[in-house]
Design a protein around this ligand. Structure first.
Ligand code: SAM
Ligand code: SF4
Ligand code: SF4
Length: 338
């Protein structure tokens, strides 16, 4: 494998997720609960956040180490000013095969055409319910379903491939699994269900609140039978299913009940430039410090090499069923973007 950098479990570095802001206009309870991320919360000041030049330089370095895919995330990435410019710049890097963006969709209608023009061909939109009341309950009473659906429509119209992410929390929005499945089957967008995860320390996660992959399959399968299909590539996070007698598919990301650490090739950079080798990591490595102290690209690449080659992360595989939030400090999801 050309350019490949492997960790201790022989997993190559292939994907880089870049968070462009720690701010968000939603307050989803499973990610940035209002009680913690309230009006007094100290978000990063703009001088602490990586500039587009710095992000581009890091992406360039990561590509020399084997990264092929980039995903832009947040916080809410569309809150970052001039985001299409960043997409354009990243798209020009030789060796980048794919760029994705994950967004809550509230501002997508406004930016869809510019994003597409800048070179973004895929977008993942998070939506947890089609019911306005439950949607508000899930996201801390911000935005509305119509805005997000309009954003999805605008992205599809602009020419982008659109996928939908739905986090399912037992007793909160599990009644939305079937209506969401029916709606997006009709619209022909791939819907991916995500098991509620114990990321960060703010969401008060309990295993009992997880609506599992099996629960999701049972719920949908009763009305619309499904068959499992092959992954598109090694390391794909979602298990794929197809509706019988149809070519429409769904995915399930089952980080809790059926983890997939053995093929995890993802590194993450937070908005302030820390490198994390796992979604559940407690500590990141400060790349911003290296960038701003004038280190050469060669020595930054050497530091990243050192970190990836000693990587032993496999949090989800090791997760014990009695994991409780607060047992160990972990980075917040809004910091590194999922
Ligand atoms: N704000 C954007 C959005 O919501 O799409 C991008 C950042 S968000 C952190 C990325 C993804 O992580 C979203 O699809 C969100 O639903 C998911 N997410 C956040 N917290 C989660 C949790 N505790 N368990 C599972 N998924 C979570
Ligand atoms: Fe914001 Fe996305 Fe987190 Fe919801 S999941 S609070 S939209 S960053
Ligand atoms: Fe990758 Fe960490 Fe998630 Fe396992 S728990 S799949 S190592 S990010």
């Amino acid at each position: 494998m050309e350019n490949a950098l492997f960790d201790k479990f022989d997993r190559p570095l292939r994907d880089l997720r870049i968070s462009v802001t720690d701010r968000c206009n939603f307050r989803c309870g499973y990610c940035m609960p209002e009680e913690i991320f309230g009006p007094d919360f100290n978000f990063l000041s703009s001088d602490k956040i990586l500039s587009f030049d710095e992000i581009e330089r890091l992406a360039d370095i990561f590509v020399t180490l084997g990264v092929k895919k980039l995903r832009i995330t947040g916080g809410e990435p569309l809150l970052r000013r001039n985001l299409p410019d960043l997409i354009y710049r990243l798209k020009q890097i030789d060796g980048v095969e794919d760029i994705g963006l994950t967004t809550n969709g509230s501002l997508l209608k406004k930016f869809a055409a510019d994003l597409f023009k800048a070179g973004l061909s895929r977008v993942t939109v998070s939506l947890d319910s089609l019911d306005e009341e439950r949607f508000a309950l899930m996201n801390g009473n911000r935005g509305n379903v119509k805005q997000v659906l309009d954003g999805i429509e605008a992205a599809a119209q602009a020419g982008m491939n659109v996928k939908i992410n739905m986090v399912v929390q037992k007793g909160k929005n599990d009644q939305d699994v079937l209506p969401m499945a029916k709606y997006f089957k009709e619209k022909k967008h791939i819907l991916r269900f995500i098991e509620y995860m114990d990321v960060g320390n703010s969401n008060g996660w309990r295993l009992d609140d997880v609506f599992s992959k099996q629960d999701i399959l049972n719920k949908i399968g009763k009305t619309m039978p499904l068959e499992q299909i092959e992954p598109n590539y090694t390391g794909e996070v979602a298990t794929r299913y197809r509706y019988q007698y149809s070519d429409q598919e769904i995915g399930i990301i089952s980080s809790v009940t059926d983890s997939f650490c053995s093929t995890c090739s993802r590194a993450r950079i937070s908005a302030e430039g820390k490198l994390y080798t796992c979604l559940f990591a407690a500590k990141g490595f400060d790349l911003r410090e290296l960038l701003r102290s004038g280190e050469s690209s060669h020595s930054i690449a050497a530091a990243i090499k050192e970190i990836w080659s000693s990587r032993v992360d496999r949090y989800s595989d090791d997760r014990k069923s009695n994991t409780k939030s607060g047992e160990a400090p972990k980075v917040e999801m809004s910091h590194i973007g999922g």
